[in-house]
Every structure is written in structure tokens, then in C-alpha cells.
Design a protein around this ligand. Structure first.
Ligand code: PHE
Length: 421
């Protein structure tokens, strides 16, 4: 493997066979859209933070929650996965789904990556806001970078059962260091009511508080008429777990994941006799629905016609995005043969999407897999993609689209040894 040194945020990293960052991805690293003035993601961040400041304050009115919105997205694989009890073989760790610097470092795939270090530092109520990175398909709702708000709230036994001193967080026959459940077995075997160590009373009380807070948050964001529902879910770091879905334009949208924190995480972080909840929500999804923003690339637009429609002074005003203008799309197809040793299963589509994104940049609106074909005689496998190009701010000429399209196909040939059909 090629050894080279990459410098990121003033630190040097030695790349290894896991390295899969692209130059394009690196350009997103310090943009901090969630902190940018008058940016819709920043507006939603402020509304969520304000909600938690108001919802949880001590009798003097001081907010209970601390906010961390400037943590570097470069984290260790340990932080992103191991610290959260995500098994070694979990599919979310795949190279085809994450951006790795090397076997030890990566771009965080969720803000939950910081949960354990903050718990260890002694915090019990906090929010983490930041950019997260995932390799993914290309369309109007997917982008390899998006933003999340994560939260943790830990409650000590004495507080939780202040009014019921005879109740306890933990079952009598469970020591709190007891591993809460045997994860790694099938996800279907997970008890959706509680971890073995917890009493039903403690789980129900925290579940009620969490769901109540989150329901009030989404009603604050979307208005009283909102239709929502809770769906059972699975995360390795919470049990039980749920997703909250909201109804919008005749469809259900998942907007957050949450649950009761695995006790093993708390006890390993040195927090005892306590129980907690955690959640993580995606800001783009919320902003697209709240402001009627039709395309996820718009968040990265530098156009004043976009940003000027959002003003921090109107934090709680109903803002509806008015399209600056719609420029025409240009569509070009590309068909190629995979190298003979590769099958459809061993070839990663995300590798194609990364090249397209890297060379085409933000003028690529959508990539669809049109066709898979295996030649009856040679057994060779072929893929056909349609790439739709559209600039957010001007009309593209066919000539410039052709140039980009050709550059994409040249890069695919060079990197993956494919043959254009
Ligand atoms: N990290 C999860 C995700 O990105 C969301 C989550 C956070 C779920 C905290 C439960 C608790 O999908």
C-alpha cells in the first residue's frame, strides 16, 4: 500500500489501506454550516438548543444542558464504534460506507462518537452538534456530509426517585456493572422493554420523560397540527430504542433515533447508580421539511439569493423557501464493464458515487443505476448509470457537461480498471 502523510487540522496522519478520503470531501471539513449566520441549519440548531435550555433549567433559570458544537469531525474508530458497543462486524463500519483516514482514524459518521468522552469528563446533560460524513448514493436528499444534533441526559437514582424512595434504577439481583445484554446475538432477540439490569419503573419513567421532551420539541418546530408516530428501532448503544417519524406530504419521514442508554456505557465511563437517555437527529431532514427546501445541495450554496431568505432575527417565524430559479438539467449516461475478477457484489457502487462527486462536484444532481447486465457468452458484468447534471445558479452548456462527464469516465478507468462500453 502507498504510505503517505495527510495533514488535517494541524495533525499528521499516516494513510494505510483503509484511506478513502477524496479531495472533494476535504473541502467540506471546516465549513461549519450549523454555525453560519443566517443559514437554515444554524436556525434549526438554535431553535433546538433554545428548546432544551427552556425545557431543562434549574430553579434559577440556568440551563442544565451544555452545548458542544465545535468538536473536530476527525475521530478514532474507537470513538465512533467501539466506545458505543458497536460490534466488530457491524455493517455500519464498512469501508464502503464511511470515510476512513486509516485503520485508526475516520471522519465521524454520527455525533454519538463524542458521547463517551463527554460522559467521562463528568458531564450528565449535553448536546453535540456537528457535521457527519457517510458515503452514500446521490440524489436530492442524500449528500456525503450532513449535520446532526445528539443529546445525552443522565439522571441519578436519588433524583429519579426523589418522591418514591422505595424504588430503584437497578434490579436487586443485578450489579450495575453487569453487562446489560448480550449484544452480538441477533438483533431480533433484543428485549424491546428494557435491559435486564433495569427495573421496569426506572425505564418507563425515563422513556416517558424522553418521549415527552422530543414530542414537544417537534411540535415546537413543526406546529401543533403535526402528525407523528413512534417506531421500535435498534441501536447497539441504546436499549430499548425508537425512531420518531413525522407525516409530511403523504409520507412518513424518520427524523430521529433515540433510546435508553446501555448501562455498560455509563458504568465504563465511571457513572454509577444512574440511568440515561440519548438521541440523535438529522438537521437537513428537518430543515428541508420546515422551510420547503427541495434539494440538499442548496445548503452548500453560496448564493445570497438562498441565504438572504433566512434571517436569524426571525428564528421562530414561518419561512418558506422560494426557489431562486430552476435551471435546466442535462443528463448523460455511462456504461462500463467491470474488471473480470469483480462481480456486482464485490464492486462497491459507492466507489462510483465518490468519483462522480469528486470530479463532478456539486453540479451533479442525481446518479441512478439504470441497468445491470451480464454478458451471456463472456460472463462479464456491466453497469449503466445515468448522471443528471444541474447547476444551482446558472445554465450549464452541453460542452462543459461533456467535459465533466468525460473526466468522470477517465477517472473510473484509471482507478477501477473498468472498460467503457
Ligand atoms: N447515532 C444514531 C444515528 O446516527 C442516532 C442515535 C443517537 C440513536 C443516540 C440513539 C441514540 O442514526
Amino acid at each position: 500500500p502507498i504510505q503517505s502523510v495527510i495533514e488535517l487540522h494541524n495533525n499528521k496522519y499516516e494513510s494505510d489501506d483503509y484511506f478513502n478520503l477524496t479531495p472533494k470531501i476535504l473541502t467540506y471539513l471546516d465549513q461549519n454550516l450549523h454555525l453560519k449566520k443566517n443559514h437554515p441549519l444554524s436556525l434549526i440548531r438554535q431553535r433546538i438548543v433554545n428548546f432544551f435550555y427552556n425545557e431543562y433549567a434549574n430553579p434559577k433559570g440556568t440551563p442544565l444542558f451544555s452545548v458542544f458544537d465545535r468538536m473536530s469531525p476527525i475521530v478514532t474508530v474507537k470513538q465512533n464504534f467501539d466506545s458505543l458497543l458497536i460490534p466488530e462486524n457491524h455493517p455500519s463500519r464498512a469501508k464502503s460506507d464511511c470515510y476512513y483516514i486509516n485503520r485508526e482514524y475516520m471522519l465521524r459518521a454520527h455525533c454519538t462518537a463524542h458521547q463517551v468522552e463527554l460522559l467521562r469528563s463528568g458531564l450528565d446533560n449535553f448536546l453535540i452538534v456537528g457535521d457527519v460524513y457517510r458515503r452514500d448514493e446521490i440524489d436530492a436528499t442524500h449528500f456525503p456530509v450532513f449535520h446532526q444534533v445528539d443529546a445525552v441526559r443522565v439522571i441519578h437514582n436519588d433524583k429519579l426517585f426523589k418522591n418514591n424512595p422505595d424504588l430503584e434504577i437497578f434490579e436487586k439481583n443485578y450489579s450495575e456493572n453487569h453487562n446489560s445484554t448480550s449484544i452480538g446475538s441477533s438483533e431480533k432477540c433484543i428485549d424491546q422493554v428494557k435491559q435486564p439490569c433495569h427495573t421496569v419503573e426506572s425505564v418507563k419513567l425515563v422513556e416517558y420523560e424522553m418521549k415527552n421532551a422530543l414530542e414537544r420539541l417537534v411540535i415546537t418546530l413543526f406546529g401543533k397540527k403535526l402528525k407523528f408516530r413512534w417506531v421500535d428501532a435498534y441501536f447497539p448503544f441504546t436499549q430499548p430504542s425508537w425512531e420518531l417519524e413525522i407525516y409530511h406530504n403523504d409520507k412518513w419521514f424518520e427524523i430521529l433515533g433515540c433510546g435508553i442508554m446501555r448501562n455498560e456505557i455509563l458504568s465504563k465511563a465511571g457513572i454509577h447508580n444512574s440511568i440515561g437517555y440519548a438521541f440523535g437527529l438529522g438537521l437537513e431532514r428537518l430543515a428541508m421539511i420546515i422551510y420547503d427546501i427541495p434539494d440538499i445541495r442548496l445548503f452548500w450554496s453560496q448564493d445570497s439569493g438562498f441565504l438572504n431568505q433566512f434571517n436569524e432575527k426571525d428564528l421562530n417565524k414561518t419561512i418558506k423557501y422560494k426557489p431562486i430559479s430552476q435551471f435546466p438539467q442535462c443528463s448523460n449516461d455511462i456504461s462500463f464493464w467491470l474488471p473480470s475478477e469483480l462481480s456486482f457484489e464485490t464492486f462497491s457502487l459507492n466507489d462510483v458515487y465518490d468519483v462522480v462527486r469528486n470530479i463532478g462536484g456539486d453540479i451533479v444532481e442525481q446518479v441512478t443505476l439504470l441497468d445491470k447486465f451480464t454478458h451471456p457468452k463472456t460472463g462479464k458484468n456491466s453497469l449503466t448509470f445515468r448522471i443528471i447534471y444541474r447547476h444551482m445558479e446558472r445554465t450549464l452548456t452541453q460542452k462543459e457537461v461533456n467535459e465533466v462527464h468525460e473526466a468522470i469516465s477517465n477517472e473510473l478507468i484509471k482507478k477501477y480498471n473498468i472498460k467503457i462500453r
